[in-house]
Design a protein around this ligand. Structure first.
Ligand SMILES: *Cc1c(COP(=O)(O)O)cnc(C)c1O
Length: 385
């Protein structure tokens, strides 16, 4: 793989680029569902959008593999298509999955609702407590699934131990790397088998498409591709084009977001009207030191509690002038939400409280605006409480 040898700043721009089409510097959108038959004997080798093998798909596959340091990569119609197809390519009836307790809501609903209906058993683990995993292990356990940074408390599990545990027990280790991005953490380089992304978030970075990705070894990704073409979750070429364009500025965006989020976390931590701040880059956050050393930044997401409970949180959000109140994350614009009313509204209140998500918790996804303006905005919002 000539591209994987290049630095990530170069790979986001050039990996996968084909400059053979009429001299176009940028790969055009191949808005063609089907392609000339050229003697293929296997169905999967025919060129067709649902088979995820048009030039736009292949360019992205090469680029994403280079960014994550993987052998192979595949884009999908959404992050959930990547996660569901990856899980179904590894697990079948009779198998057992270990998965971290606080995952993205859609993932949690999938593993607790749909997998058991297919005969796949699931147990939840605390990703920060490796000593508690062994008792959940069964002879049928096939895989362990974690997230690099969890939502909305921004916890990082003991990822070094996850890889060790998976290796010792012959499990496939899967990680949703959406929040960290390959700019901050490349799981395959540290022993994970399969990396999943919601490209809807940082990888595209402009809040204008929904897409997903699977990255890993050739054989595993090929199995996911076989499921994907049957289940039908392929990404449209126009969305492929936008994702490729968004990826070119990934490193610039994420480094700025790392920097701004860290500054905002420090500002909030010192503010008298703030009760607590969750950001893994703050001193005193309890990230396992071996795992923390694998990260080159802690991302653009943080959450916090203002004094005065839900009413005060509501007024604070209403008073913001730059941060936009909306769910989702990872775009160039700063967004603010209360997870209890958006990402985690599906959980009963008692369950939310039990995992540390109070109704007044506020989540911020930091964009690329001037950090001084963002801090001024937060400051005036807090001043009005
Ligand atoms: C958004 C998100 C997903 C789901 O992605 P979609 O593109 O919305 O399907 C999965 N995992 C994480 C961590 C996410 O933030």
């Amino acid at each position: 793989m000539e591209n994987s040898a290049r630095r990530i700043e170069t790979a986001v721009v050039h990996a996968g680029s084909e400059r053979k089409v009429k001299g176009a510097v940028v790969l055009p959108i191949f808005q063609s569902s089907t392609y000339l038959y050229s003697g293929q004997s296997a169905y999967e080798d025919l060129k067709y959008i649902r088979l995820s093998n048009t030039p736009n798909h292949e360019a992205l596959g090469t680029k994403l593999a280079a960014l994550e340091g993987g052998e192979s990569a595949l884009v999908t119609a959404s992050g959930m298509a990547a996660i569901s197809m990856a899980l179904l390519s590894i697990l079948s009836a009779g198998d057992h999955l270990l998965i971290q307790d606080c995952t993205y809501g859609g993932t949690r609903d999938l593993v607790s609702g749909d997998l058991p209906a297919l005969g796949i058993q699931v147990d939840f683990i605390d990703p920060g407590a490796p000593d508690s995993w062994q008792e959940k292990l069964r002879p049928e356990t096939k895989a362990i699934f974690v997230e690099s940074i969890s939502n909305p408390l921004m916890q990082i599990g003991d990822l070094v131990s996850v890889v060790g545990f998976a290796t010792r027990n012959g499990l496939v280790s899967m990680i949703d790397n959406t929040f960290a991005t390959p700019v901050n953490f490349r799981p395959l380089e540290h022993g994970f088998d399969l990396v999943l992304h919601s490209c809807t978030k940082y990888l595209n970075g402009h809040s204008d498409i929904v897409a997903g990705a699977v990255v890993g070894g050739e054989a595993m990704v090929s199995n996911v591709r076989s499921r994907l073409l049957r289940f039908g979750g392929s990404l449209d070429p126009h969305a492929c084009f936008l994702l490729d364009r968004g990826l070119k500025t990934l490193v610039l965006r994420v480094r700025q977001q790392n920097e701004s989020a860290a500054q905002i976390a420090r500002f909030l931590a010192e503010h008298p009207r703030i009760v607590s701040v969750n950001y893994p880059g703050l001193p005193g956050s309890n990230v396992d030191s071996g795992t923390a050393g694998l990260f080159s930044g802690f991302g653009g997401m943080l959450s916090f509690e203002v004094a005065g409970g839900v009413e005060s949180a509501r007024r604070f959000i209403d008073g913001l002038r730059i941060a936009v109140e909306a769910p989702s994350l990872g775009g160039v614009e700063t967004l603010v939400t209360r997870p209890a009313t958006t990402s985690h509204s599906g959980l009963p209140a008692a369950e939310r409280e039990a995992i540390g998500i109070s109704d007044s918790l506020i989540r911020l996804t930091v964009g690329i605006e001037a950090v001084e303006d963002l801090i001024d905005d937060l400051n005036q919002g807090l001043g009005s409480l």
